[in-house]
Structure formats: C-alpha cells, structure tokens
Design a protein around this ligand. Structure first.
Ligand code: NAD
Ligand code: MG
Length: 386
C-alpha cells in the first residue's frame, strides 16, 4: 500500500487525484491540504478517515471546531502544508498547490526524502536549480504531473538519452487561438476562463489563455529533463490529443497520445513505476481523427518568448517572471487589469529584474517578494479601475 499526501486536495488536480486513489486498491491517503475551502477538506478527511490536515488560510482554519473533530491534527497557516509533509508518515507527496505557495512543500518533500509527484510547475519556474539539485542529492526522481511533461518523461525513458535531439510540447492554443491583439483588448474574465479542451483551476486557465502556461512549461521541461532552451519547441495542437513529442537525431519522432484527461498523468505519477487502469473512454482512431500542428502566434501571444528569454537569464529572472505573472493574473481576475496588460506587467518587471542563480529558499523568496511589489506598481499603471 502506497501512502500518499495530497496537497491542494480541494483543487482541480487534487479532486482528480482523489478519484485516482478511490479507483485503486494500492493507494491510500495519509494527509490532505487546502488553502481555504475547509468545508470540502473536512468532507474529504471524514470520508477517507484522514486525520492529518493542513489549511493555509488562518481565518478558514479557525472555523474548524476542535471539539467537533477531536481526532484531527490540523496544521494552520502559510507553512502548514510543508509541516504536514515533514510530520506525516508517507511514501509519496502529490503537490497540487497553485503558484509560488507550493515551493516550500516541494522543498519539504525532497528534504524529507519522499517521492514527489509534481503538478506545481511554479516550483521549478521559481527555483529550478535549487529543486533539481536537492532531488539529485537525495536521489529522488521528480514525477511530473503536467500532461506534456508526463508524456516527455515516458518518451525520453523509452529512448537512449544521447539520441534525443529536441522535444516538442503541445499547446491547445487556448480560448483565443486565431485572434489578434486588437481583438483581445477587451476580453472578459469568463471568456478567458473558457478553455476549449481542459477543465482546470482559474490561474492555470488564464495562463493557458495568454499561453504563459506554455512559457512556464518550457522552463519546467528545461529543469526536469536538463535540456537547453533551443532543444524545447512549442507547437499549437488544437485537439490536445498529442501531449508531447521527442525528435530523435535520426529524424524519427516519438509521440505520446491520449485523451485530454488529467487523471491519466496523475495516475501515472501516483502509481509509478507500476501502471494502473484509468476509466477513460478509448481514443477512437477509426472516425477520421485529424491532428493539426501549427506554429504559435508569438506576436499576439508573446509569453513563450518572454519565458525563454527569462530562462536563458537564469532562476532569478524566471522567479520574477512567475511572480509578475501571478500578480497580473490575479489583477485580471479581479477585473482591474486588461487581458493584454498581463504581458505588459510581466515585461516591465522582467526589465527591472536581475538574472543568475538562486541557491537558497530565502534568496528565492526575496526575489519573489521584490518582483511582486514591482508587479503591483506596474498593474496600478495599467489599471482599468473598479
Ligand atoms: P486549483 O486552483 O484548482 O487548486 C489549487 C489548490 O491549491 C487548492 O486546493 C487550493 O486550496 C490550494 N491552494 C491555493 N493557494 C494556496 C496557498 N497559498 N497555500 C496552500 N494551498 C493553496 O488549481 P489546479 O488547476 O488544481 O492547479 C494546481 C497546480 O497544478 C498548478 O500549479 C497548475 O499549474 C498545475 N497543473 C494543473 C493542471 C490542471 O488540469 N488543473 C494541469 C497541469 C498542471
Ligand atoms: Mg500542461
């Protein structure tokens, strides 16, 4: 029986992970965490008989009555998930927290020698060298949950590493595929959240609309697979059925296909090195299935270019890019920043930021904090008022 801690259990990935666990007799839940949806977290804890919990939001955690739940060990506050990871007996941690907030738990997981299934791509964007260095020292292989990286992990493992020329990650193109800058000026929150092929949390849905998600994924692939930035290509593939490809030096391409269902990569990571049955409908190849691939429109959607440029400058720049993007996406979701303002905020903050390595969590946190305050100022400059 593999004991799994699920961080971000109330989110899109967390809920699908719980479905994967429920469908398996080999997995059991040892701990759960959330930010503020305590009601749902308690329902999950009671139905699974889990006592070890973490709630990041102090006010939300304060609504849990110890008298009603005397058996619970509830950790509270911003560092609660990392404490849960360090204190609970478990074999694997699924980190499905969104944003920079997930980094501390990634580090706690690796430091405590546990296997890590990583959905929180922001950990690698903010602190790629720190995280991969720690994993290497502890001899822990990071199991990617992101669908493209799960696909690459499997493809690269199937080839001789020296024969891999480059990798290709696919993007659906998001809800605004085919649109030009002028058409995007006034797009609304609801339009941006309406992803054509995947159902996800709000932050990653906006990242998919700007294509910043693909930018973050290029940085994620660089760190996970030790690839140079010019070895990582991005193509738009509207069907979201081919998740990634590997270009071998002899001209052959290996592709990974599957339904657009995150339970597939989640199950792969949770069961690794085994594979388990996932109840997804079979991909029908008999009905004239068309697979299209296009170059991304980098003029309208400059996010992948911005991410590559930051990546080449190093972790300090990618950490600043991530912080600026988080602040800008929140401002867009609150209705105070126009959609195209997201790129402007990221570009402004990147122009003010240094590059180079970040060796400790404290250094990463300082860069994150400074970039957030610069991004808040840049947002105020672009503000559309309430
Ligand atoms: P979500 O918003 O649906 O869920 C986020 C979870 O994190 C929630 O449980 C929330 O309570 C928790 N959380 C939020 N802020 C927190 C904080 N400050 N401290 C502790 N916990 C906090 O997001 P999601 O779509 O499930 O995405 C989670 C991660 O997985 C992101 O990094 C995302 O990029 C990545 N990812 C998601 C998908 C997807 O299909 N949803 C696909 C690939 C990668
Ligand atoms: Mg992805």
């Amino acid at each position: 029986m593999k004991r799994v801690v699920i961080l971000g259990a109330t989110g899109s990935i967390g809920l699908q992970a719980l479905q994967v666990v429920a469908a398996s007799s080999d997995l059991t839940v040892a701990g759960l965490s959330c930010d503020r949806n305590v009601k749902l977290l308690l329902e999950q804890a009671v139905s699974l008989g889990v006592c070890d919990l973490a709630v990041a939001d102090v006010a939300a955690a304060g609504t849990v009555s110890p008298a009603l739940y005397p058996e619970l060990n509830l950790r509270k506050g911003p560092g609660a998930a990392a404490r849960l990871v360090r204190e609970v007996e478990a074999d694997l941690v699924l980190n499905a927290i969104v944003g920079f907030a997930g980094l501390e738990s990634t580090i706690a997981t690796l430091e405590s020698g546990r296997a890590l299934a990583l959905a929180n791509k922001e950990s690698l964007v903010c602190a790629g060298s720190l995280v991969t260095g720690l994993a290497a020292r502890r001899r822990i292989e990071i199991l990617p949950v992101d669908s493209e990286h799960s696909a690459l992990y499997q493809l690269i493992a199937s080839a001789d590493r020296r024969t891999v020329g480059s990798v290709i990650i696919t993007s659906s193109g998001g809800p605004f595929r085919g649109k030009k800058q002028a058409e995007l000026a006034g797009v609304t929150r609801d339009e941006a959240l309406a992803h054509p092929t995947w159902s996800m949390g709000e932050k990653i849905s906006i990242d998919s609309a700007t294509l910043m998600n693909k930018g973050l994924e290029v940085i994620e692939a660089h760190h996970l697979f030790d690839l140079a930035y010019d070895q990582i290509e991005v193509v738009v593939h509207p069907q979201s059925l081919v998740h990634a490809l590997v270009r071998l030096i002899d001209g052959a391409l290996l592709a990974h296909l599957g339904p657009a269902d995150m339970r597939v990569p989640i199950a792969y990571a949770l069961h690794h090195p085994e594979r388990a049955c996932v109840e997804v409908g079979p991909l029908d190849l008999s009905g004239g299935l068309a697979l299209e691939f296009w170059a991304p429109d980098e003029e309208t959607f400059p996010a992948v270019r911005l991410a590559r440029e930051a990546g080449i400058r190093g972790d300090a720049a990618t950490c600043a890019l991530n912080a600026a993007n988080e602040v800008a996406v929140s401002a867009f979701l609150e209705g105070v920043l126009p959609f195209m303002g997201i790129y402007q905020v990221v570009e402004t903050v990147l122009a003010q930021s240094d590059g180079g390595d970040l060796g400790t969590y404290a250094e990463v946190a300082a860069v994150d904090e400074l970039a957030r305050s610069r991004a808040a100022q840049a947002c105020a400059g672009q503000s559309i008022g309430r």
